[in-house]
Design a binder for this molecule. Structure first.
Ligand SMILES: Nc1ncnc2c1ncn2[C@@H]1O[C@H](COP(=O)(O)OP(=O)(O)OP(=O)(O)O)[C@@H](O)[C@H]1O
Length: 506
């Protein structure tokens, strides 16, 4: 396996070092060192340029924009793999450019990396100018337009050096810019009765637009203005980029008097509510549909989307269900891009949800597709067992289910409320898939394409599945020992408790 590690002893020195073949144990050591290092700045600016352009049509009031400006001090810690990081870098380049004739090292490095940087400077200058002019909403005809991409490989970069030359902008946004009065009208003035969900960052209201369309309006409520702006831009940057039947759909945004995302309403709400908070129990057929649909959505994010996206908060509360129980992955607030060249990214802040956090993320802050795969394995266990990821006595579902999975004790695993009405073959497939997804060692977890094969009982048809299967069977004594020593059950629970305590203290 090839591991790429960022060296960041000086955050300005962006370079990637190939470490070479390494065992999981070696990976852990190297990554541990990485996780203490600051995130890279500006290195992947060019990799995100297409996505950043999506933000062109978002109107940000001058006040909101000031929040971005005030947030400069915290930018050093911003992950460049997030759309927010990309945006911040661009703005910083612009600030430095306008305030000083000297160009900072990070900016010049950004320019070195990005062959099109001058166009990007143009874009940010343009965007900043528009915001400074207090354009609370772009008039439809004034919106700079870029064409929507036609294929995965096509790029339409809209910005030329002539900073406000609208004729060079081909972007045609597909979402609407809502005024605050439109949103108030849709939600009966944000009546508490219209609240359909609450998360750690937002309240979500059911709304009805003038044309009768039902929507979910996500109003960011938590954190400082700065944090809200960052979170809004991060989520927006990702959600405008994704387009799949199994991901949430954006209808519009509102940036007047707050920050709002207007989403297509998923009439059945979240899987969490249906699975754990409803008297009516989901049938096995619906659960299996949700398992395969959510896997398809996550596979799209990881492998089929134009840029690889790591969701970082896969959980039952972030899977919405449409009229016909089609699952849609939502809440891209923590999502980040993983540039093609990299196998993983390390983060310094532990974010996510207890019970779904992969061991390597807890210990080393490593984020890659496999951290999502682990969380997806927990979600599969919830579907089979009907139990929550962490119960009221803080018992982890993984710890409870693992011995039963190893004994293939399906009867004990399955949600008793299903009353034996389930397809045993399907349950076995889902259970085996979950087992592989929750492996301690991330290299032993399948990729999402393999997860899909496994869920459909096709594992032996695919070559890569056979390899993975063999590697699982051939787990050597030393690998087992590594897992046991590196991250045993007790330590996992200790970590969970510690993180929870820290979160509460904070
Ligand atoms: N499009 C939608 N249709 C129906 N319900 C929705 C929709 N979007 C969100 N919800 C409901 O609102 C809840 C919170 O939404 P969301 O997860 O986006 O908020 P958040 O504050 O970002 O959450 P988190 O704390 O997980 O980061 C969801 O679990 C779901 O119940």
């Amino acid at each position: 396996m090839c591991l790429w590690v960022f060296s960041a002893s000086n955050p300005m020195d962006d370079f990637v070092e190939e470490i070479g073949d390494s065992t999981p144990g070696e990976n852990a050591e190297i990554s541990s060192e990485c996780s203490r290092k600051p995130p890279q700045i500006g290195a992947f600016f060019s990799a995100h340029e297409k996505d950043t352009t999506s933000l062109l049509s978002v109107s940000i009031s001058a006040q909101d924009f000031q929040s971005l400006e005030i947030g400069k001090d915290t930018r050093e810690a911003t992950e460049v793999s997030s759309p927010r990081g990309v945006l911040d870098d661009g703005l910083r380049c612009l600030d430095l450019e306008t305030s000083s004739s000297k160009t900072s090292t990070s900016c010049s490095e950004t320019q070195l990396v990005s062959g099109n940087s001058s166009r990007w400077k143009g874009f940010f200058r343009f965007w900043k100018q528009q915001s400074m002019r207090r354009l609370s909403s772009f008039p439809p005809l004034g919106v700079p337009k870029l064409s929507r991409r036609k294929s995965n490989r096509e790029t339409h970069v809209p910005i030329s050096d002539s900073t406000t030359d609208y004729s060079n902008c081909y972007f045609k946004p597909t979402w609407k810019n809502f005024t605050i009065s439109e949103l108030q009208k849709a939600t009966n003035n944000f009546s508490p009765e219209n609240i359909i969900g609450k998360g750690g960052y937002a309240e979500v209201y059911k709304g009805s637009l003038e044309n009768g369309q039902l929507v979910a309006i996500k109003m960011l409520t938590q954190g400082t203005a700065d944090e809200r702006t960052n979170s809004f831009l991060s989520e927006l940057g990702i959600i405008v980029h994704v387009d799949h039947p199994n991901t949430a759909k954006l209808i519009g945004v509102g940036a007047e008097g707050g920050m709002y995302l207007v989403l297509q309403l998923s009439s059945h709400g979240s899987l969490e509510t249906l699975l754990h908070g409803s008297k009516e129990k989901l049938s096995w057929d619906v659960r299996y549909k949700i398992a395969t649909g959510a896997a398809t959505g996550l596979e799209y994010l990881h492998e089929r989307c134009q840029r690889r996206i790591i969701h970082r908060d896969i959980k039952a509360a972030n899977v919405l269900l449409t009229d016909d129980f089609e699952p849609q992955i939502c809440d891209f607030g923590l999502a980040m891009w993983l540039p093609d060249k990299l196998t993983h990214h390390t983060v310094s802040n532990l974010e996510g949800t207890f019970g779904y956090l992969a061991p390597e993320y807890c210990t080393h802050g490593i984020v890659d597709e496999k951290t999502d795969v682990y969380a997806f394995g927990v979600l599969l266990l919830e579907l089979i067992t009907g139990r929550s990821a962490v119960n009221s006595s803080q018992q982890s579902l993984v710890m409870w289910a693992k011995p039963l999975l190893e004994k293939d004790d399906i009867k004990e695993l399955v949600d008793p409320s299903l009353n034996d009405s389930y397809d045993i073959k399907q349950v076995r497939c889902v259970a085996q898939t979950a087992y592989m997804c929750i492996q301690h060692s991330s290299v032993l977890r399948p990729r999402m394409t393999q997860v899909l094969d496994l869920l459909k009982g096709k594992e032996m048809q695919s070559e890569s599945m056979k390899v993975l299967h063999k590697s699982l069977i051939r787990r050597t004594y030393s690998v087992e020992l590594f897992d046991a020593e590196e991250y045993n059950a007790t330590r996992y629970l200790n970590d969970l408790t510690q993180h929870k305590k820290l979160a509460l203290d904070f």
